[in-house]
Ligand binder design. Structure first.
Ligand SMILES: C[S@@+](CC[C@H](N)C(=O)[O-])C[C@H]1O[C@@H](n2cnc3c(N)ncnc32)[C@H](O)[C@@H]1O
Ligand code: SF4
Length: 396
């Protein structure tokens, strides 16, 4: 490892595994996932991924503290396939004694056998995409489950004592009113989850929603209403003892996602699977997107990397601020200087001073933290930061 690489990042503490399969492609989703792939293909993919795990796991010298098996829909795999994968993790990856191990699941894709497998291997957390608690709207999103599947999956998790789980909701959905949204939030709170993630709908290229939007056929709420939806949800969640700790994430005390904290602190992680991103030794990399090609490459011993870029100290500094500002812990400027090896430029320090004067941010000891008003205008503040950064980058 080069000197600059060693300085750039400590060994990875997190592992991400991507499962790129789903029952059906939701109309809004641009994640790397493919619908209706058969067992021959998924089995080959699991074989490739387990081989990759073995190869990479052997190289890991420090214990992994968080694992995230995401997708796609990891629970699209059968109980046997998940078993093989998890067994390989246990066998080849050095795990910290209290590892946080999350698996993403879709409502209706969990069953008793899969949950038994979760327990056997040490999965500690489940993250489930609910998106809306409105039956009709689920159909307009291209979801394949019913509201009652959400309720029964939560019940199943609780009965199995897997009660550390997250539920995702999306707001700003087509034709969604404020009262539709408060209904979603209230129904979700009835389930008393320890963690909730709220995402504003993004119209992503390559999706059915994007096509409809481009034709003017998708009626989505305006920006002010979307902001109001967020505010209302935040207040309701707070009353339900779910506290904001990152702009989209709310948890009961003790249920924050440690894996996500690793990303927000801009720490390194290993990424395996089709289209997975990773960040190690100061390089951010991406793996082959196509699951068949990914499997071919692993099984024939070729590289799966399609991008591998050195993140220079200034970019690392910028990314760390960007991610940290989204959290209630903010950005520790002293730690930032030490991990990024470059001092903050004068223009950036002036901008931070300006945010503090405008009451958008405060300093608590060494940490720069956005205030509530700062969080409301987060996008604007990030654009101001980006502008200064770009100016500093430009040659004199
Ligand atoms: C990686 S996805 C997978 C979750 C899981 N497969 C499911 O759908 O239940 C994680 C979450 O991203 C969110 N998401 C995906 N596409 C989105 C979009 N276009 N806009 C906002 N949120 C989105 C959804 O809430 C989803 O649950
Ligand atoms: S939202 Fe989840 S289930 Fe739907 S296509 Fe995306 S990854 Fe698959």
């Amino acid at each position: 490892m080069t000197l600059r690489a060693r300085a750039a990042s400590p060994p990875p503490q997190s592992l991400y595994l991507h499962i790129p399969f789903c029952v059906q492609k939701c109309f809004y989703c641009a994640f790397n996932s493919y619908a209706g792939r058969d067992e021959v293909e998924t089995t080959r993919y699991v074989t490739a991924l387990t081989r990759h795990l073995e190869e990479v796991g052997r190289e890991l010298r420090t214990p992994i503290e968080t694992i995230y098996v995401g997708g796609g829909t990891p629970t699209y795999l059968s109980a046997d396939q998940l078993d093989r994968l998890f067994e390989q993790i246990r066998k080849y990856v050095p795990l910290a004694p209290r590892v946080e191990w999350t698996v993403e699941a879709n409502p209706g894709t969990l069953d008793a056998e899969k949950i038994r497998g979760f327990h056997r291997h040490g999965v500690t957390r489940v993250s489930m995409g609910v998106q809306t608690m409105d039956e009709k709207r689920l159909t307009t999103l291209g979801r394949r489950h019913l509201v009652e599947d959400v309720v029964s999956s939560v019940k199943m998790l609780r009965e199995a004592k897997l009660d550390n789980f997250n539920l995702d909701l999306i707001y700003g959905l087509p034709k969604q009113s404020l009262s539709d949204w408060t209904h979603d939030i209230d129904r979700l709170l009835d389930l008393d989850p320890p963690h909730i993630s709220l995402y504003a709908l993004q119209i992503e290229e390559g999706t059915k929603f994007h096509q409809e939007h481009s034709r003017g056929d998708l009626e989505t709420p305006d920006e002010d209403l979307v902001l109001e939806m967020y505010r209302v949800a935040r207040d309701k969640l707070e009353l339900g003892n779910l506290h904001l700790y990152e702009i989209s994430n709310f948890s009961k005390p003790g249920h924050e996602s440690l894996h996500n904290w690793n990303y927000w602190l801009n720490r390194s992680y290993v990424g395996l699977g089709a289209g997975a991103w990773g960040y190690q030794d100061g390089y951010r990399y991406r793996r082959e997107t196509n699951p068949r090609k990914y499997s071919d490459s692993v099984l024939s011993g070729e590289t799966t990397l399609v991008e591998n870029d050195w993140i220079d100290p200034r970019s690392r500094q910028f990314e760390t601020i960007l991610a940290g500002l989204r959290t209630i812990r903010g950005v520790d400027l002293v730690i930032l200087n030490s991990i990024c090896e470059v001092p903050l430029g004068t223009a950036v320090r002036d901008l931070i001073g300006d945010w503090i004067t405008r009451k958008h941010a405060v300093m608590v000891e060494d940490r720069l933290i956005l205030t509530e008003s700062g969080r409301w205008v987060l996008d604007g503040l990030l654009s101001e930061l980006l502008e200064i950064w770009t100016e500093q980058e430009a040659p004199a």
